[in-house]
Ligand binder design. Structure first.
Ligand code: HAS
Ligand code: CU
Length: 562
């Protein structure tokens, strides 16, 4: 039976979440092309350079925070209901949706109000050009922070709906292993609960009172630290849903089965343990954090490469297994026999391929000494457009080609556009992110509307800055076209009439090595959460203590001697 007929209520919820997510994608992509053309000097007549930062904030918030969170909530809701075979508890799940939506609207209005000259609220003009990392000392209108807080609290309730489903399922199935997709969802959510505490404290205790004028100052180092405590794990909150798709759905699309359920569980547990005690790798240049603790964060980060490297091997092996099931032979030529005409498959594969490059640039970021070379340069946006902007975004779009028909009961429309779309994204991103990486090495700064300075010539790495800029502009334009193609296919599919039997179904084949091969301890959430907390206390305890010991609102805690 089609998903929409088995779980009509949750299907409606997931559809609503996807609609918000896709609207955010459309607006965010529009801001993206405006920026790409502005900062490369190709066309800077549309917005002023001071409004550039507001658009940049809108771009980051709508894509990295809203498009992602709503899509993930939808994907997770589908995965949990489908594998636990029950509707999500509706009141909590819809409550979560509305909280997140109200939060999103407040934050977006606060950002856009800054450009549009909206009326002042609470005695302050609307503005939020604080970028998607929104830490002090830049300050936004309180509405922005309240919106951000609601989005996060909403996501907590979304998680509660998954856990409640598990508890209900457990009563009926006392001895069964947690189905793999649900296991992945819950592990991700536990990581999310642990890490969002940091940003929640930052926003509620510091930024909201400060923006309301209730307190006169905050400690920038402390609020940055609380932000990055969350700011690294959030990237795995984006990555783990993509991994859920690559592990559980991609092998099926390739015609095969996942290699190993136990290994997939180990990978997710490793993310739960290691995602958080690494946030200082975003603060290598911050004063006031002892070098030794930065080195601990670097070491943990290097360990954190392990689950992704395991994933690369397992997912590729599972896809190869699929190709061989379809009769492929040869060491390399099996790649030819994969279903490259299925947009969901192609999108996930190209997303994975790009993530291999994005992961390697991440390793470079993580090296404490090489980080000084690329920090705050265009290299970093180059890195994260391969990771969140492709590994996540392209996987999300690709899997929508497979999922939305099941959520609506309608066949995918405009299939030829859908087949071409991942390639357009891939080529656009290859141009843009490669040029961004190189421009970063040449010293071109990130977050800069007009990165040209009188009497200063950026030294070229290969080719010239002009050549890199034009690649960024062309790449950015292709990405906009790619997003538009995706939204066009979605709109056409959504608006079509239901009819005919669907060519897709949500059945997930058993892995070659199944859950019965997985040690039971892997499902022991209490144990893993406890270890994760201990690692966090070791990594963050002393430096955080030194930041708060001189008063929590006072900036400039003296550095601990090392
Ligand atoms: Fe990162 C900055 C380090 C992963 C996102 N990162 C950022 C920022 C964002 C971001 C948004 O250490 C900017 C924040 C800001 O605004 O300032 N990152 C890492 C490391 C990893 C990493 C070590 N990042 C991600 C992921 C992200 C993401 C995932 C989003 C989803 N990142 C950093 C550091 C900074 C940073 C520093 C700060 C830089 C600075 O100075 O500001 C690792 O997790 C990466 C491990 C991944 C691999 C690749 C494995 C390959 C796979 C491919 C499978 C293949 C398939 C198919 C499926 C080692 C899994 C292939 C098909 C074939 C046919 C072959
Ligand atoms: Cu990070």
């Amino acid at each position: 039976m089609v998903y929409i007929d088995s779980y009509p209520k949750t299907a409606k919820l997931v559809r609503s979440q996807f609609i918000v997510s896709f609207v955010a994608l459309g607006i965010g992509a529009l801001f993206g092309i405006v920026q790409a053309l502005h900062r490369t000097g190709v066309f800077d007549g549309l917005v002023s350079s001071s409004d550039y930062y507001t658009l940049l904030t809108g771009h980051g918030v709508l894509l990295a925070l809203v498009f992602t969170t709503f899509f993930i909530a939808g994907l997770f809701g589908w995965a949990v209901s489908n594998t636990l075979e029950r509707e999500l508890p509706q009141r909590i799940a819809w409550g979560a949706f509305w909280l997140m939506l109200v939060g999103t609207v407040l934050a977006t209005v606060a950002i856009l109000g800054g450009i549009m000259g909206a009326p002042s609220i609470l005695g302050q003009d609307l503005s939020a050009d604080v970028l998607f990392t929104f830490y002090a000392p830049m300050q936004a209108h309180p509405m922005f922070y309240v919106g951000a807080a609601l989005l996060i609290v909403g996501s907590w309730f979304a998680g509660l709906a998954y856990f409640k489903s598990l508890w209900a399922w457990r009563k009926d199935n006392p001895d069964e292993r947690i189905p793999l997709q649900t296991f992945m969802v819950l592990t991700t959510m536990l990581m999310w609960y642990i890490s969002t505490i940091g940003v929640a404290v930052e926003v509620v205790v510091f930024l909201i009172p400060w923006s309301l004028g209730l307190i006169s100052q905050v400690d920038p180092l402390l609020t940055r630290t609380l932000f990055w405590y969350f700011g690294h794990p959030v990237v795995y909150f984006w990555l783990m849903p993509a991994y859920l798709v690559w592990y559980t759905i991609l092998p099926k699309l390739a015609g095969g089965r996942l290699f190993s359920d136990p290994l997939a569980r180990v990978v997710f547990v490793l993310f739960l343990l290691l995602s958080t005690p690494v946030g200082f790798h975003h603060q290598y240049v911050d004063p006031g954090i002892p070098e030794g603790f930065k080195a601990i964060a670097m070491t943990n980060t290097m360990f954190l490469l392990l689950p992704s490297l395991l994933t690369a091997f397992t997912v590729v092996a599972s896809v190869e297994h699929g190709a061989r099931q379809r009769g492929a032979t040869g060491y390399v030529s099996w790649i030819r026999d994969l279903p490259w005409d299925k947009p969901a498959f192609t999108g996930c594969m190209l997303a994975g391929l790009m993530f291999a490059a994005g992961g390697f640039s991440g390793m470079i970021n993580a090296g404490m000494n090489i980080n000084y070379l690329i920090h705050n340069t265009l290299w970093v946006p180059g890195h994260f457009h391969l990771t969140v902007g492709t590994a996540f975004a392209l996987t999300a779009m690709a899997i929508s080609y497979w999922l939305v028909p099941q959520l609506t009961g309608k066949q995918l429309k405009r299939r030829s556009v859908a087949v071409a779309q991942p390639y357009v994204w891939f080529i656009g991103m290859a141009l843009m992110s490669n040029a961004m990486h190189r421009a970063g090495l040449a010293g071109v700064p990130r977050r800069t509307a007009d990165p040209t300075y009188d009497e200063f010539a950026f030294s070229g790495v290969a080719g010239g800055i002009g050549e890199m800029r034009i690649q960024i502009a062309i790449g950015g334009t292709l990405l906009f076209v790619g997003a538009a193609m995706f939204l066009f296919v979605m709109a056409e599919t959504w608006l079509a009439h239901r009819g005919g039997t669907l060519s897709v179904n949500g059945h997930i084949p058993e892995p070659l090595s199944g859950a019965d091969h997985s040690p039971r301890v892997l499902d022991n959430y209490k144990l893993w959460t406890a270890i994760a907390l201990v690692l966090i206390v070791i990594a963050y305890g002393p430096p955080l203590w030194s930041m708060v010991a001189d008063g929590i609102f006072a900036p400039g805690s003296p550095p601990i001697p090392v």
